[in-house]
Design a protein around this ligand. Structure first.
Ligand SMILES: Nc1ncnc2c1ncn2[C@@H]1O[C@H](COP(=O)(O)OP(=O)(O)OP(=O)(O)O)[C@@H](O)[C@H]1O
Ligand SMILES: O=P(O)(O)OC[C@H]1O[C@H](OP(=O)(O)OP(=O)(O)O)[C@H](O)[C@@H]1O
Ligand SMILES: [Mg+2]
Length: 391
């Protein structure tokens, strides 16, 4: 653990008072340990120097370590975009299916910083990291906002005991008489941008922050902080450290996202097409994850009559409607179709209900298989992206 005591702070920042409380100074004292990024590209007023545009390859940044790293590689693999890394200690790799794309393994926060500086064009990180280090930069464009892993929330937590025992909401926390200019609420967080922003908006007048890189949950018990702002997933770490979340205390719901540099999308040759392909693969795979293909036989007189019966059941309408094909059998009176095969996609959550509904209308021999991809005519996120780019 590396909590930085106030005495050892690199700098102290005072945020301006919110206009609605102009009489009372919102004194946010922040101790931050700075980390530097080296970039060959200079950024002047948010504009990337042309040097970044000189390279021809498209650069995709992937998390090099932590829990996001392997899940990200798994997602790409599931989308038939396996990353070929010659050696685990080598930070550059490629994806054979995507020519002209270089994969760079970086720490999540550095992926965001390098997107801003123009050293990367595309990246996968948690929304929490993007929001913290991107700080609303307009060059960062969310291409896919829900990659379905890395689910967690950024939350404020306080002790369950002592003066906090009866405090269950942000409102109650803000109204506690204990917080004064001399003795502010001490908050430990690694989120040095989102933390103060949130607390300022929550109406807390007197807050002091300290920062740390990990094991923040120990800070209240150690007497270093009164509250923490950190990621929560199962809630086990909070529970084990006698901490609780409170109403209104969630800053952000997060999961893995695909983010791109707007400038690169608009200027780098071939990048928009690559982004389209990656987005299509992700969307098709993620959509399929929630569905099963169900095949069943059903006795009937015509496709229309079978369709009537299927569509009378709420869970059997499929993506666009059922596919129904006659099953031909030879009989004494010749070839006839008195059975029909039906194929539908069914949400995983509704599988058993769907099977019951199929049986209720005469379905038999129900086969269920996993789906790998569902490619739609056009992905909604692609349309959104084009509109964000003004195209
Ligand atoms: N407990 C969690 N459960 C699920 N996802 C999480 C959890 N903690 C973090 N994440 C997500 O994974 C991302 C990476 O977190 P991780 O803890 O692996 O790396 P890190 O915090 O950058 O590195 P380290 O913890 O080694 O300092 C976070 O930005 C967040 O999006
Ligand atoms: O709600 P839970 O499922 O218990 O998960 C929450 C914990 O996970 C993360 O820590 P991590 O494991 O990344 O360790 P770190 O503090 O070293 O980053 C986060 O910072 C919390 O401490
Ligand atoms: Mg961590």
């Amino acid at each position: 653990m590396s909590l930085i005591p106030a005495a050892a702070c690199n700098f102290t920042q005072y945020l301006p008072s919110p206009p609605s409380h102009s009489a009372v100074r919102f004194s946010v004292k922040f101790t931050v340990s700075c980390c530097s990024v080296s970039s060959p590209v200079t950024v002047v007023n948010g504009n990337v120097d042309l040097k970044a545009m000189e390279r021809n390859e498209i650069r995709l940044g992937l998390p090099s370590k932590g829990r996001m790293a392997s899940d990200t590689l798994d997602l790409l693999k599931d989308c038939q975009l396996s990353v070929r890394q010659p050696n685990p200690r080598q930070y550059v790799a490629d994806i054979p299916q995507l020519s002209n794309v270089e994969v760079w393994f970086q720490r999540p926060k550095d992926i965001v910083k390098k997107l801003v500086s123009g050293d990367l064009d595309l990246g996968i990180v948690g929304l929490d990291t993007l929001s913290e280090y991107g700080q609303g930069n307009e060059d960062l464009i969310l291409v896919h906002d829900a990659l379905a892993y890395g689910d967690c929330r950024l939350s404020l937590a306080i002790p369950k005991y002592g003066i906090f025992e009866k405090i269950n909401s942000m409102k109650e926390l803000a109204e506690m008489p204990q917080w004064t200019a001399e003795k502010p609420l001490r908050v430990a967080t690694g989120f040095t941008y989102l933390g103060p922003k949130f607390l300022k908006e929550s109406g807390l007048q007197h807050v002091e922050f300290s920062t740390a890189d990990g094991a923040l949950e120990a800070a209240p018990a150690m007497g270093i902080a009164d509250a923490i702002v950190d990621l929560v997933s199962s809630g086990t770490t909070l529970k084990e450290n006698n901490l609780k979340e409170i109403e209104g205390g969630v800053l952000l719901e997060s999961q893995a996202v695909l983010v791109a540099s707007k400038k690169s999308l608009l200027q780098r040759e071939g990048f928009l097409d690559i982004t389209h392909e990656i987005l299509e693969r992700f969307e098709a795979h993620l959509r399929a994850l929630g569905q099963f293909t169900v095949v069943a036989n059903m006795r009937g007189n015509s496709t229309e009559e079978v369709a009537e019966r299927i569509l009378s059941q709420p869970s059997l309408s499929g993506l666009q409607g059922p596919t129904i094909s006659p099953v031909f059998r030879r009989s004494d009176s010749g070839v006839k179709a008195d059975y029909y095969a039906i194929v539908i996609c069914v949400p995983k959550k509704l599988l058993y209900k769907s099977v019951q509904q199929l049986r209720a209308i005469g379905g038999s021999g129900v086969l269920v298989s996993p789906l790998t991809y569902i490619f739609d005519e056009e992905t909604p996120r692609w349309r959104e992206l084009l509109s964000k780019l003004g195209l």
